[in-house]
Design a protein around this ligand. Structure first.
Ligand code: OSB
Ligand code: MG
Length: 326
């Protein structure tokens, strides 16, 4: 059951939040927030995504605002620190924003950087976290097969918990998994789940050991829970660099999973220099609470997007609504 478009437009607020450090090539995160009968919710597909891909994000936003959240089995979610592709000298300051986090996810394979840059960054993260820290890396599919094999070989000495999306395609993931099997570094799939027509294909191909699930791109909490159930693979719930409102959606997904073996990528409010609430879902003692988030009126005003960007988002909402309604 779909609410009327006018109900969505009636409460919509568009914000533009500055990031602490550049991430995925952006320094501000734009998001559209909506208030449904169950609470505030978020629609924030990345600006370059088309309407067809954004439909899952809108369905997720509507589900979270208009339907009750599923039963939860935990009240706090252990989270990882997320380390953008920064210089080694900046690593200490990044990790300090994630108090109590024993796990770090390090971005690698960034445009304009070399494997030596990645090795230096991961070495510094290992040195700060110590031998008991857990380190995972995320290449966002940017390596080809040989680059991935070489890089995983070079980075394995830092004891990797897993490698997220080393290559772009499912076939490549399956092949790199075979090639690096001897290193015993598990392979996780992210884009191959959230940007694929068939989120189960990567599991069916035996191309990943772990799935990264993001609530908005997966089409909501229930759809993501279904992927987890149907594949039986261990899951890491992650944010899409959402505001605290969207992170809450991810937190409810993580809280509803029967098993949660790995720390989740839901500490990303720490990458924002501003948020929409005075009580953001920031990590404390390495975890975030599971609760809904209510935006603060003054912060919504303070971080309101320009009139031009607001119109762009409202028009996008209306177009994507038609895709969902079909
Ligand atoms: O998983 C995390 O630690 C944080 C989330 C994250 O990395 C991310 C955030 C926005 C867009 C893509 C990604 C990604 O996992 O590739
Ligand atoms: Mg990823």
């Amino acid at each position: 059951m779909l609410p009327d478009l006018n109900d969505l437009l009636g409460t919509a607020r568009v914000v533009s939040l500055p990031l602490v450090t550049r991430f995925r090539g952006i320094d501000t995160r734009e998001a559209l927030l909506l208030e449904g009968p169950q609470g505030w919710t978020e629609f924030s597909p990345f600006v370059e995504y088309d309407d067809a891909e954004s439909a899952a994000w809108l369905w997720a936003a509507i589900e979270f605002g208009w339907q009750q959240t599923p039963d939860v089995v935990r009240e706090r979610i252990p989270v990882n620190a997320t380390v953008p592709a920064v210089e080694p000298a900046a690593v200490v300051a990044v990790l300090a924003r994630f108090p109590g986090c024993r796990t770090a996810k390090v971005k690698v394979a960034s445009l304009g950087q070399t494997l030596a840059d990645d090795v230096a960054r991961v070495r510094e993260v290992r040195s700060v976290l110590g031998p008991e820290g857990r380190i995972r890396i995320d290449a966002n599919g940017l390596w080809n097969l040989d680059e991935a094999e070489h890089a995983i070989h070079a980075l394995a000495e830092f004891d990797l918990e897993y490698v997220e999306q080393p290559c772009a395609s499912i076939d490549e993931l399956a092949e790199i998994r075979r090639r690096t099997h001897y290193l015993t570094v598990p392979i996780a799939a992210d884009e191959s789940v959230r940007r694929s027509d068939d989120p189960l294909a990567v599991a069916r191909a035996g191309a990943a050991d772990i799935l990264v699930l993001k609530a908005q791109p997966q089409g909501g909490i229930r759809a993501a829970l279904s992927v987890s159930r149907q594949t039986g693979l261990p899951v890491v719930v992650s944010s899409a660099l959402d505001t605290s409102v969207g992170i809450a959606m991810g937190a409810y997904l993580a809280a509803a999973l029967p098993e949660l073996e790995f720390d989740c990528g839901l500490g990303t409010a720490s990458l924002l220099a501003a948020d929409v609430t005075t009580e953001p879902l920031l990590p404390v003692d390495g975890s975030i609470p599971v609760r809904r988030v209510v935006p603060d009126a003054a912060l919504l005003d303070q971080h309101a997007a320009s009139a031009e960007r607001r119109d762009w988002w409202l028009e996008r909402l209306a177009r994507v609504y038609e895709v969902v309604a079909d």
